[in-house]
Design a protein around this ligand. Structure first.
Ligand SMILES: [Cu+2]
Length: 319
């Protein structure tokens, strides 16, 4: 079930009619899809029902694809996009859609605005997007040394121009990813991740990637995971978050999932996005991760505790 069964509703400029979306999901029997639908690269629960996720996968062992669907095969459906090994976001143009990058008016330490359009293959600005994970557009911004990660939700004006406030912390070459599902004239939905560089003028002093680690502190919380990602094979990573004195900090749903995990590859900044299994397992949340290739990655886990969203960052080395 790809295509029509994505579990998403077309959205206009003001985009989010959540009741309609919810109803559409229920009617489609795809309530779980919204938990899995946003931005799946090859970091997916295995579609193979014999896999260890079978017991907890959505009905049919399926999941929906939405922004971020990479070169990716299951259930006989293939979506071709990305860099050929499963990483996405490497191209400014893919699947008939082009990211028209912003005018370069971003400055380090100064409040600015990121603006862009998505154009179709006839160079028209796209104005119809499906709401996936509560939003019609997800934007990730990161400096090329993998610092300064931000996950943003821009708003669209009637002419299809997306904008969101952005204040880059430091000068340098930054990368933006637009992760969305466009709705074509004929209603077809195309999930894509497009990427573009953003220049922030000034001296660029890249920071080295921190050493690999399986735990990370943020605002007094510790996020830690078990599991060892492998190339080309889905492996479960089980994340737990603890607060002061090591007490479990229950994760709360955020944008329709118990966490959002983005991995960016050192060297080409290939983009992977995965969502966890729909239900937590005790105090752990499981993400099925398939590393597209060997190398080092920076993983960013957005999680919500106590109504506040935080991001834990981990360097991962895949042999
Ligand atoms: Cu988002």
């Amino acid at each position: 079930m790809d295509g029509a069964a994505r579990g998403t509703a077309p959205a206009g400029p003001v985009a989010v009619d959540r009741e309609t979306l919810r109803l559409a999901l229920v009617v489609g029997g795809l309530v779980l899809a919204v938990l899995l639908g946003f931005g799946l690269g090859r970091l997916n629960p295995p579609a193979n029902p014999t896999g260890p996720a079978a017991g907890t996968a959505p009905a049919g062992g399926d999941h929906s694809h939405a922004p971020g669907t990479g070169a990716h095969t299951h259930d006989g459906a293939t979506v071709t996009q990305g860099g050929g090994d499963g990483a996405t976001g490497l191209s400014i143009s893919s699947a008939g859609y082009t990211l028209v990058p912003p005018a370069g008016d971003l400055s380090a330490g100064r409040a600015g605005e990121l603006r862009f359009q998505i154009r179709d293959d006839q160079r028209r600005a796209v104005t119809r997007f499906a709401v996936v994970h509560d939003k019609p557009m997800h934007v990730i911004v990161v400096r090329r040394d993998l610092t300064g990660y931000r996950h943003l939700h821009p708003t669209m004006s009637a002419d299809g121009t997306w904008s969101v406030p952005l204040m880059p912390s430091d000068p340098g070459s930054w990368r933006m990813y637009a992760d969305f599902t466009a709705v074509a004239d004929d209603g077809r939905q195309v999930a894509t991740v497009l990427g573009a560089d953003l220049a922030v003028p000034g001296g660029y002093a890249p920071r080295p990637l921190p050493a690999p680690a399986t735990s990370a502190m943020v605002d007094g919380f510790t996020a830690a995971y078990t599991g060892t990602p492998e190339v080309g094979r889905a492996v479960p990573l089980r994340f737990r978050v603890t607060g002061a004195a090591g007490a479990a900090a229950p994760l709360e749903p955020y944008l329709g999932a118990y966490g959002h995990l983005v991995a960016l590859r050192e060297g080409d900044l290939g983009y992977l996005h995965v969502h966890p299994e729909p239900a937590p397992d005790g105090d752990a949340v499981t993400f099925w991760v398939t590393a597209p290739g060997p190398g080092r990655y920076r993983m960013f886990l957005d999680f919500q505790v106590g109504g506040v969203v935080r991001t834990a960052e981990f360097t991962l080395s895949v042999a």
